[in-house]
Every structure is written in structure tokens, then in C-alpha cells.
Ligand binder design. Sequence first.
Ligand SMILES: Nc1ncnc2c1ncn2[C@@H]1O[C@H](COP(=O)(O)OP(=O)(O)OP(=O)(O)O)[C@@H](O)[C@H]1O
Length: 332
Amino acid sequence: MIKARGLARRFAARGRTVDAVKGVDLDVAEGELLGFLGPNGAGKTTTLRMLTTLLRPTSGEATVAGCDLRKDPVGVRRRIGYVAQGGGTAPEYKVAEEIELQGMLYGLSKADARRRGATLTEQLDLANLDHRLTKTLSGGQRRRLDIALGLIHDPKLVFFDEPTTGLDPQSRANLWEHIRRLRAEHGVTLFLTTHYLDEADSLCDRILVIDNGEIVAEGSPNSLKSRVSGDGVEIGVPAESVAAAAEIAGRLEGAHEVTCLEDTVRFRVPRGDTAMPELLRALDAADIGMTAMQVHRPTLDDVFLTLTGRTLRDAEERTGEAAEPEEAAHVA
Ligand SMILES: Nc1ncnc2c1ncn2[C@@H]1O[C@H](COP(=O)(O)OP(=O)(O)OP(=O)(O)O)[C@@H](O)[C@H]1O
């Protein structure tokens, strides 16, 4: 469904350049639910916008839904759906009107747009909201309307940009259910970007992890997690004792990937629960008071940590290094 080779995008403005995406290769099979995971600023949206023809690549080639991205962008647009971040609903329209209009923009007759809209609103639990103004919808309802709009022309490939950002946990879980069902019932291929680990873990067949514009890992959630060996341990200690505590942790049997932060030491051991008593005794003997402790099974965040030396959370804090926005001139 998607094959991209060396896809890259450089932004340049006021003498500064940002290589937002640095030669990405992608293969997405028909019917797959692929997650594109990475921290803020990693290059997810830029990649997505290139694949959906909204942004011209600086270099590289891609075939999307059977059409060449550079030679036939109109063909690509006709065959894909795009559910953007933040959505694009018109506030003064009623739900049914907006869906109908979107269908007609894609060349459906009014009757076909209505029929298709009715099926989608039914499937997305929006059927009793037909006459509501879109501005009165809740966050979850609005996202479901965005999905209906993205699917109105029956595309076989749908891109979602951070579909559940800003939703409460219950609405997120509900939207995941809808996304799963759409795949099962319509046989669509789904490509979604997210920076939520639980979303990628629970929803996706396969995950591509992107950092600093490059793919750093790829695989099913379980195969990615199995790359991380042992439990993750995080202990809080006074800042002046961090180095000594790290040395003690490093002496535990099988301890590895010991990293120090301001008042925290992180490391991995084969069994976190059995290593703890020994660690406590050793810290006690060195007169180091532990202020906090966490032990956890490998997560996708650990995969990211193992690959990049930082957690996704740390990576998200390091944003705002971009060049000035440079927009319309490069829109295809
Ligand atoms: N129009 C632009 N002009 C200049 N720099 C840009 C532009 N668009 C994106 N960038 C920069 O390119 C990098 C990648 O941005 P992108 O939006 O693709 O990241 P992202 O992974 O989607 O992040 P988020 O999760 O915050 O949406 C960032 O450093 C970003 O600031």
C-alpha cells in the first residue's frame, strides 16, 4: 500500500535549516495497522504530510495506494483518506450537512454521499447527532466526525495524525475500538502517528519508531519489547548521592544500562523484585537515603530508551529547536 525510499524533507528559513525527515524507507502492506511513534518534533507529521501530498519531499520516492507520489499526486489524493490533527469541521454546519458536503467534494452524488454518510455515522456512533451543529460536539464525537469525513469516499488507505490527542482516557479507548472496527469492517489499511506509547502498543500490528527524522526501530509491539532485556528500575536519591548510588546499582548482578539524571538513577536488571532488597541494603550501608523507587516490565518507552539513551518523555521536553515555519511555498 505504501512504499517509500529515501523520503526526506528539509525546511529552510532565515538562514537556518532543519532536516525534519532524513531519508526514510517505508513499506506498509495492505490491511496493516501501522503506528508511527516518536516524540514531539521527531518528524511524524512531516512524513505524513509528504505521503498525503500536502508537502513536497526534498528528495526520495514513494508509491502510495498504487500511485506515484510525485507524478500522480491527484491519484494519491483520490485514493487515500486523511484525518488531520485538530480536525477540519466547520462549526456552523450540522453533522449530516458536513458529511454530505465532504462526500460531494469527493465527487459523490448527493444521494450516495447521504447513503455512505448514514453507514459511517451508524458505525461511529454518531447517528443520533445528525442535526447537531458540529461546534456543539464533545472532543470524542468531533474526532469520530473527523474520521467519518476522512472515510466518506471509501478510501482503502487512511492516514490518522495523532487521532486521540487531547481526549480523556475513556474517549481514547472508545476511539481505538472504532478504529479497530473500521479496519475489520472496511478492510482499510491504516497509518497512524502517535506519541502515546499505550496507543501504539494496544492498537498497532507494527510500529515504526522515529527520532530526529530517522527510523530507529521497527517491529510488532511485542517483538520490540523483547529486544529490551530485564526489568527497568528507577530510584530517587539526593542529587549529591547520584554518582555513588549509580555505582552501587551497577554492582548488582546483571545490572546494565545504568544512567544518571539529576536526582534519579535508572538501570536494568534481570529481576527487579529480587534485586531490590540487596540494593536497599547496599544504599543503607553507604548512608544513601532512597526517596522513591519504581520497578516495571519492559515497555515501548524502554525500547526508545535502549535505542536513543533517553525516554520519550525526556525527548518531548527537548523541543522548540526548529527553524522559523516555512509553509505555503512547498505545498504540492
Ligand atoms: N514548516 C516548517 N518550517 C520549519 N520547521 C518545521 C516545519 N514543520 C516542521 N518543522 C520542524 O521539523 C521537525 C519535525 O516536525 P514534525 O511536525 O514533523 O514532528 P512531529 O513528530 O510530528 O511532532 P509532533 O508530535 O509535535 O506533531 C521539528 O523540528 C519541527 O519544528
